[in-house]
Design a protein around this ligand. Sequence first.
Ligand code: ZN
Length: 91
Amino acid sequence: MQLERPTGKCRRWPRGRGATESVRTDLPSCRCGTDRTRREATPERDYTFMGTVYALWGGTPIPSQVSFRCVRCGVVFDTRRDLATRRAFII
Ligand SMILES: [Zn+2]
């Protein structure tokens, strides 16, 4: 499945006047303005080999990193490795 069209452009959110939900954050975002707090961001969990083994044993491993992909443009725009974020994305 190809998510990113070579000629397609992500639409930018209008900036400035009348922006209703532009809470300014310094979170990384993709070119269409999705940051990881938005619903358009899908988290992708990566596990270490040991984490996978642990999961097969029925445990709930903490992901080794969590990446956030925009469903609009298919770009991974943020990758977190800090423990707080990883704990938040335990399945
Ligand atoms: Zn995007």
